[in-house]
Design a protein around this ligand. Structure first.
Ligand code: PLP
Length: 409
């Protein structure tokens, strides 16, 4: 495709005006919104108000006056629409890792006679680590961590929980949520989906597929800011039976009755634990305004066009410089990122960042490019490939400073 054709795509893009809702540094092509979303324009002003007026002036009255106490449910309800859930089925709290701990323990309690947890051995490590911690706590589960093509065979009548991330963080491979959920249910198992790379990137249909539990991040495609709180989903039918093992006061039926005996809230609030992180939850709340009126089918359509274009423009470079595409070409199997294997991946990405194109690197050898349809232009894809071509042609990645591994990659 030529640059003129690509500029036409931008001119006819129904999501193009959304870019104005974000503060994108001049000249930067940001392909890392799958790791940390760009700052929405609505956030700084809102935070100014939350800090100066709500915290600074109204102080503790703000819990009622500005509804701080309802933030977990209020922000959860906003996320619900994006993931195909009812507003009462989603709550914002803690981190994705902690939420996974909560729902995994609760799910296992719903299958007391079973001790097997099935997952993908290439799942994001924190998901696997949490399962290992839960196993240690419960005195030994069978953790069946297998390759993707072995998953279906790993499900059996001993399986309590199938726990997967919908989009593989390395390759961008997207699972068939409907099919795997149905297969787990056929074995009498429950499912937990991690939506870290799904929520805000494309439409998710938790209830349509009968999903039991889900968790996800606030700081990736939801643009909630560094360390933003995470969300969790519990299907309504499970809520009364979902045991909150992290039984803190905010999940109590009546937190301000201050009684000694723990009684869980009737609703999903039972999966909250302590005082909500008001500042970061407020940032997430304001950030979610960018999704108002946005049709996620349009987001998905643009995401596929962006990733298709990137793969197309990268094809000659891939051949010339040894990039191996690891993201599926089939749309149904692709999330909103494109990844390549390259033996010098780390240095190549560092050099590319120095040229104003930010992607990231995942060990051992993957360079990863996230595509966020709300603020990326098709012309940005062209620009990113041009700058990568310069990095490879001029061998910029060979500079010593690009070989030094930083703490965060
Ligand atoms: C990013 C990510 C996480 C992050 O978990 P935190 O608790 O927020 O650090 C968890 N799971 C998956 C699949 C992720 O991609």
């Amino acid at each position: 495709m030529t640059l003129a054709e690509i500029e036409k795509l931008d001119q006819s893009d129904p999501l193009a005006p959304k870019r104005e809702a974000f503060m994108i540094p001049e000249g930067l092509v940001y392909l890392d919104g799958n790791s940390l979303g760009v700052l929405p324009r609505s956030v700084p002003g809102h935070m100014e108000n939350v800090v100066r007026q709500q915290w600074g002036h109204d102080l503790i009255r703000s819990w009622n006056l500005h509804g701080w106490v309802d933030l977990p449910l209020r922000v959860g309800a906003r996320i619900a629409r994006l993931i195909g859930a009812e507003p009462e089925e989603v709550v914002v709290a803690d981190s994705t890792s902690v939420n996974l701990f909560k729902v995994l323990l609760a799910a296992l309690r719903l299958r007391p006679e079973r001790r097997v947890v099935v997952s993908d051995v290439d799942n994001f490590p924190t998901d696997l680590y949490i399962a290992q911690g839960v196993s240690a706590l419960l005195g030994g589960l069978e953790l069946r961590f297998v390759k993707k093509d072995e998953l279906e065979a790993a499900l059996d009548l001993q399986t309590a929980v199938l726990m997967l991330t919908e989009v593989d963080y390395r390759t961008g491979y997207r699972y068939d949520m409907a099919r795997l959920t149905q297969q787990a249910h056929a074995m009498g198992a429950l499912v937990i989906w991690d939506l870290a790379h799904s929520a805000g990137a494309f439409p998710v249909h938790l209830n349509r597929h009968g999903v039991d539990f889900a968790v996800g991040c606030g700081y990736k495609y939801l643009n909630g800011g560094p360390g933003a709180p995470a969300f969790l989903f519990v299907a309504r039918r499970h809520q009364p039976h979902t045991f909150p093992f992290l039984s803190g006061w905010m999940g109590h039926q009546a937190p301000f009755a201050f009684v000694p005996a723990y009684e869980p809230a009737e609703d999903i609030r039972r999966l909250t634990v302590g005082t909500p992180a008001v500042l970061s939850m407020s940032a997430l709340e304001a950030a979610l305004e960018v999704f108002d009126g946005v049709d996620l089918e349009a987001v998905r359509a643009k995401s596929l066009k962006l990733t298709d274009l990137f793969i197309e423009l990268m094809t000659p470079l891939a051949t010339r410089y040894g990039f191996e595409l690891v993201t599926p070409r089939a749309h149904a199997q692709r999330g909103s990122q494109v990844s390549y294997r390259h033996p010098e991946g780390y240095a190549v990405m560092q050099a590319l960042i120095s040229q104003g194109v930010i992607g990231d690197f995942r060990a051992p050898d993957i360079v990863r490019f996230g595509f966020t349809p709300l603020y990326l232009r098709f012309a940005d894809v062209w620009e990113a490939v041009k700058r990568l071509e310069r990095v490879m042609q001029q061998e910029l990645w060979k500079e010593a400073r690009f070989q030094q591994r930083a703490k965060v990659t």
